[in-house]
Design a protein around this ligand. Structure first.
Ligand code: UDP
Ligand code: MG
Length: 326
């Protein structure tokens, strides 16, 4: 790609950092990242994506960008969410390899040299897998675990468990990802959809350095729904299987009712069984309608073909700006 031709023989590493209200974590993050990048045998740029922060993140990033030519700042017109912020970072990153990392220091920047090492050996997607989740509640750990298992079962693509977005992507993996412009983006699934050579690196996930997480259980639930509906149509089949099961049961029950009437002369059973059957079937029908609705709603969103994000301001690093967007 053209990006790799611009650089000297050293090669350029881009670090993409989505940041939403991270004023407290950013200075320390940049300090630690800077140390790591200085040690690397690569040129580097840091692409901060300010995802419509309402605190001082924007001002802070601007000041940092003026001091350090390696920093690029892309600001959205409003909050678009982390998945889209990462995608924008990939659009604007110029590097031969691109690292995606959180701004809250939960992903230790000190791991980057190891990621780069594997990239140099020819891997395209070097992802960091956490061996511990310090500072996260048991419930969150358990729900995360359950989610990874469900999505692995339901979708054909293999999403490694306990893996976040912290990873290094080769230029060709980035170019492949940039072609996926769907609105409902579940990046963990997309990373795996593009394929290429993948390599796992283990690390300890730290506590948030400052500020607090933007996640709550409702958001996590919706995130899980996105993940499943974006990569699997298995739930749509649920209606057929449930229907078959109910029909089978109804048939057996009809035989029993007829036999009971003929053999024993019992009157047909009345209100309770009718009510149960009615409510059960009503419930099943509403649930399956809801599932169809989930998919239909997503089709509606995709069919509008809106751009993924709106840029308010872009300040490139010394490595220049990316002109062509898909
Ligand atoms: N983030 C973002 N937009 C959002 C929410 C989060 O860019 O709408 C960024 C945030 O600044 C951080 C990263 O995504 O760099 C991870 O967010 P967070 O720490 O809240 O998530 P968690 O680590 O709890 O999964
Ligand atoms: Mg975090």
């Amino acid at each position: 790609m053209e990006a790799s031709e611009v650089q000297g023989e050293k090669g350029l590493l881009s670090v993409v950092v989505p940041a939403y209200n991270e004023q407290d974590a950013l200075p320390e993050f940049q300090r630690r990242l800077d140390e790591v990048l200085n040690e690397l045998d690569l040129d580097a740029e840091v692409v901060y994506v300010n995802d419509g922060s309402s605190d001082a993140t924007g001002v802070l990033l601007q000041a940092m960008q003026q001091q350090d030519g390696r920093i690029a700042v892309l600001s959205f017109s409003r909050n678009f969410g982390k998945e889209i912020a990462m995608s924008a970072g990939l659009d604007y990153a110029r590097g031969d390899a691109v690292v995606i990392i959180d701004a809250d220091l939960q992903d230790p920047p000190e791991l980057i040299p190891e990621l780069v090492g594997h990239w140099r050996q020819g891997y395209d997607d070097v992802y960091a897998r956490r061996i511990s989740r310090d500072g996260e509640s048991l419930v969150k750990r358990w729900t995360a675990h359950a989610f990874y298992r469900v999505i692995r079962r339901l979708s054909q693509i293999d999403i490694p468990p306990d893996t976040g977005d912290y990873r290094l992507l080769s230029r060709r993996a980035v170019e492949a990802l940039r072609q996926l412009r769907e609105q409902h983006r579940f990046m963990k699934g997309l990373f795996n959809w593009v394929g290429f050579e993948r390599k796992e690196v283990l690390y300890r996930r730290d506590k948030r350095a400052a500020g607090k997480t933007k996640w709550n259980y409702w958001r996590l639930w919706n995130f899980a729904l996105e993940g499943i509906t974006a990569h699997s149509t298995a739930p749509l089949r649920l209606a057929s299987y449930l229907g078959m099961l109910v029909a089978l049961f109804a048939f057996a029950y009809a035989v029993y009712v007829a036999y009971d009437k003929l053999a024993h002369g019992n009157p047909v059973a009345g209100y309770p069984s009718l009510m149960v059957a009615l409510l059960f079937l009503g419930g099943v029908q509403l649930i399956t309608l809801g599932i169809i609705g989930e998919y239909l709603g997503r089709m509606f969103d995709e069919s509008k073909h809106r751009p993924l994000y709106v840029v308010k301001d872009y300040r490139p690093s010394v490595w220049g700006s990316r002109a062509s967007l898909p």
